[in-house]
Design a protein around this ligand. Structure first.
Ligand code: PLP
Length: 400
């Protein structure tokens, strides 16, 4: 549960600052807000923390993906390469802007395989979305290198690894744009919320305009008199989310430190299970440790282990069977059942390509995800809880 576990007086104080002014909107009401600009402050602190020039707060990680893709001018006729293992929002966002998601395989790190990205590039490819899945970095340097070589854009989906890094540089700051989610499950939370990062002034401006009906946010005029260049929509973050984000961001180093400590403790016990191998993490120092993933030589042994752990009250997830994080399991997606009755954009004549979402095209995901189990790592793990888990794992290790 990460940041949500630490909600306390710091969040209450930040939220009360907003409630005391009564101004819940991030823009306008300059007199009434008495100098309180929580979303703006959160954006500035977040950009600083990640080492990026610009940050834009939005309503969710899903809307962050959509706003970023729109700013990058991804649209009808375009293809966007995404990993087979991700939350459905990554694919939905591509469809939301009228483009077609192309499924690519994962590597030993369970993240997008840059070699498969190369094989999926066509003349229609406009962008690639690497996802730093389950808290740990993808081989983002190789993915960027591949994208640059083929002149395609990179949007990092860092919804699941906020605060993570790759060789010292923060995840989300590598691509042309990066996005984050602050929903209730995430490393830091604002209830619902998201953030977009970029170093490009042009991409930032386009995202900023689009997320607020085209408003140019000219500080020298009132909101009603602001200019506009493009049409947009409403994906504005509100002041209560900004307030929560500020308090949570300050706690992010604690969240990661505690999760890492707990993960190491669990690894020391799990290692006793015969044949067990931990997930390959390209830069372990940059792991946020929200999850602990391990695999076994065979899918059947993994299934037996999962059952044995469950009998001891220890929950694990096999993502190959998960309904929301693995493309071959999305029957509505495979049937092209978008919210549009004409199956837009799959059936749109502007799309000249042909996509294939067959399991055979992602052999590595099919193999490794079926043999991999994941445990969520809590920020707080009381001694009694740890002892209980240790006893359970040791009992299973003796039997398997
Ligand atoms: C990889 C990934 N991308 C995007 C999202 C969407 O974020 P949100 O729930 O804030 O819309 C999620 C949420 O779980 C996610 O895991």
């Amino acid at each position: 549960m990460a940041g949500a576990e630490l909600i306390g007086k710091e969040e209450i104080k930040e939220v009360m600052d907003v409630l005391n002014t009564g101004v819940l909107m991030r823009y306008g009401f300059d007199k009434e807000r008495k100098g309180i600009f929580k979303v703006r402050e959160f954006e500035e602190a977040f950009a600083r923390y990640c080492g990026s020039k610009y940050a834009l707060g939005v309503t969710s990680g899903s809307s962050a993906l959509k706003v970023a893709l729109t700013a990058m001018d991804v649209g009808p006729g375009d293809e966007v390469i995404c990993p087979a293992f991700t939350f459905v929002a990554t694919y939905e966002a591509v469809l939301e802007v009228g483009a077609i998601p192309v499924m690519a395989d994962i590597d030993e790190s369970l993240n997008l395989d840059y070699k498969d990205v190369e094989s999926k590039i066509t003349t229609l490819t406009k962008a690639v979305i690497p996802v730093h899945i389950c808290g740990a970095p993808a081989r983002i340097d190789k993915i960027i290198e591949t994208a640059r070589k083929h002149k395609i854009l990179v949007l990092e989906d860092n919804a699941q690894a906020c605060g993570g890094s790759y060789h010292g540089k923060k995840l989300g700051s590598f691509g042309d744009m990066g996005i984050f989610s602050f929903d209730y499950y995430k490393t830091i939370t604002t209830g619902e919320g998201g953030m977009i990062l970029t170093d490009s002034e042009n991409l930032y401006r386009r995202a900023d305009w689009y997320h607020d009906h085209g408003h140019d946010h000219n500080p020298n005029v009132t909101r009603a008199m602001e200019g506009r260049t493009i049409l947009g929509f409403n994906y504005r973050m509100n002041e209560l989310q900004g307030a929560l984000g500020l308090a949570q961001l300050r706690k992010l180093p604690i969240v990661i430190r505690e999760q890492k400590k707990n993960k190491e403790m669990l690894k020391e016990i799990l290692v006793k299970i015969k044949g067990l191998k931990f997930r390959d993490i390209p830069d372990p120092a940059g792991d946020t440790a929200t999850f602990l993933a391990f695999n076994l030589p065979e899918a059947k042994t993994a299934e037996n282990l999962q059952k044995a752990l469950s009998a001891e009250g220890i929950d694990t997830v096999c993502f190959k069977k998960n309904l929301w994080h693995y493309v071959p399991n999305w029957e509505h997606f495979l049937a092209n059942s978008t919210a549009n009755s004409q199956k837009y954009p799959f059936a749109d004549p502007s799309y000249r390509g042909k996509v294939d979402y067959n399991r055979e095209s992602i052999p590595h995901a099919e193999d490794i995800l079926g043999r991999t189990l994941m445990m969520g790592i809590p920020v707080k793990m009381p001694e009694e809880k740890f002892t209980e888990i240790r006893r359970g794992i040791e009992k299973v290790a003796r039997r398997i």
